[in-house]
Design a protein around this ligand. Sequence first.
Ligand SMILES: [Zn+2]
Length: 236
Amino acid sequence: MKLQLIRHATLGVEYAGVRFLIDPMWSEAGANPPIANTANDRRNPLVPLPAAANDWLRPDAAIVTHLHPDHWDEPAARALPKTTPILCQPGDEAAFAGFGSVTPVGERAAFRGVTIHRTGGRHGTGLIGKRMGRVSGFVFRADGEPTLYVAGDTIWCDEVRQALDAFRPDVTVVNAGGARFVLGARLRWRPTTSSLYAGMRRIRRRSPSIWRRSTTACSPGRSCGSGSPRKGWRIG
Ligand SMILES: [Zn+2]
């Protein structure tokens, strides 16, 4: 298994010889306006795609955890060959019009020897969490490979705990940018607060390795290495 952070939530995963591109966002830096109701007015994405991103434009499959534009955007839809198989949440299929193979993953799907389980999550608490819509994570399993859990855009919640208990992943990837609106609670984990580390400790009991990724914690395009995370990427 090899993981490569490309930028933001976009992640390259080589797993059992299969190349998965997760949550492709291909917009140029600054192409999109600032997120409304947030504390900064910087345009998004904050940084350009690294040159290494082009190596991921011919994946064996793309997986989209949910439809927020920082996980699937029009430039990604244009950049990926229309023959790229897409795996997504049930109900999101219409967003991938023009692609020849779109598979909504109910509980699980099989792809070239890899079993992919869909997991739940919550994109915040209360009303804002509901308005952020449904989100998913995905667990990868194959013979001879460590179990990988990509949690997606979620806070610590019962769905994450249940996924950890059910799958006992060897490696868990969380989006730990700590995003939040000016009004309202957090939308994802935050890497610098005790709440994150409390959540991480809970994960740590169930998953030996945790990778956190955010635009502040990780360098775009930096390889996360293979087998086990590099020092500095691991918590707990
Ligand atoms: Zn999101």
